[in-house]
Design a protein around this ligand. Structure first.
Ligand code: NAP
Length: 222
């Protein structure tokens, strides 16, 4: 049975990943930080862990909790949008820390703890965003979130180089998705986004290591 780890699965894309992976018969270990999160995951038949990627002590407890697993797929999903800046407003330190600690420091805390828990030829997905792309950018709203996802893409790229030959690492734009973050006017539902990304990750080969894809498998420019 395939073993899957999902970081940030209490709601939205992460919870739907847990649901679809369980429906496919996969063994799922998934993390939440809220009191309600573990119950929703356990109801799906997943093993729930409590991890706050923005909290040093909590995040550092991942490795021992996944000791003995050999994950075929890992999804790092946890993310925060932060302030809805339309212009060049300076974020407060608290806003900066919340977004950067969740979206950048979080993956940098999680990734090193995975090294002994990856099955041969594992797939590793980081849910980034097209908003992190710099070369094709035509809007500037949400500049703190954009900066965080550009940095997250850099983190994924470096992980792909370190894990070359051991895992296929992909940065994903999940689409504009109707979740708490995406809002009700977003383009696609969460089922479509997750089904698309699961298919892309399943079909990925070692030649895709270090790629930036959308949920349909279209390659995106950094
Ligand atoms: N929705 C979109 O249109 C869209 C587009 C591009 C990229 N993305 C990315 O996709 C990912 C999932 O987004 P979503 O739409 O599912 O958002 P969401 O519905 O707001 O869910 C965010 C998830 O991240 C978790 N999380 C936030 N901070 C965390 C922390 N410090 N530690 C652990 N978990 C934490 C939340 O847990 P709690 O329930 O505990 O808060 C929740 O499970 C994010 O990385 C987001 O940036 C989304």
């Amino acid at each position: 049975m395939s073993q899957v780890l999902i970081i940030g699965a209490s709601r939205g894309i992460g919870l739907e990943l847990a649901r679809q992976c369980r429906a496919a018969g996969e063994q799922v270990v998934a993390t939440a930080r809220s009191d309600a999160g573990p119950a929703a995951l356990e109801a799906l038949g997943a093993k729930a862990l409590r991890i706050d990627v923005a909290d040093t002590a909590s995040a550092s407890g991942l490795a021992w909790q996944i000791d003995g697993y050999q994950f075929n797929a890992v999804w790092i999903v946890a993310g925060a949008y932060g302030p809805d800046h339309q212009g060049l407003q300076t974020p407060t330190e608290a806003e900066f820390d919340q977004v950067m600690h969740t979206n950048v420091l979080g993956p940098m805390r999680v990734l090193p703890q995975l090294l002994d828990a990856l099955a041969p030829d594992a797939r590793l997905a980081l849910i980034s965003s097209r908003m992190g792309a710099i070369g094709t950018r035509t809007h500037s709203y949400g500049w703190l979130y954009r900066a965080s996802k550009a940095a997250a893409n850099s983190v994924l790229k470096d992980a792909s180089l370190q894990l070359q030959g051991r895992a296929t690492c992909i940065s994903f734009h999940p689409g504009w998705v109707r979740t708490d973050m995406g809002g009700p006017d977003a383009d696609i539902d969460v089922q479509t986004s997750v089904a698309g990304m699961r298919g892309v990750l399943a079909r990925a080969t070692s030649a895709d290591n270090g790629a930036f894809f959308d949920y349909l498998g279209q390659a995106l420019a950094w």
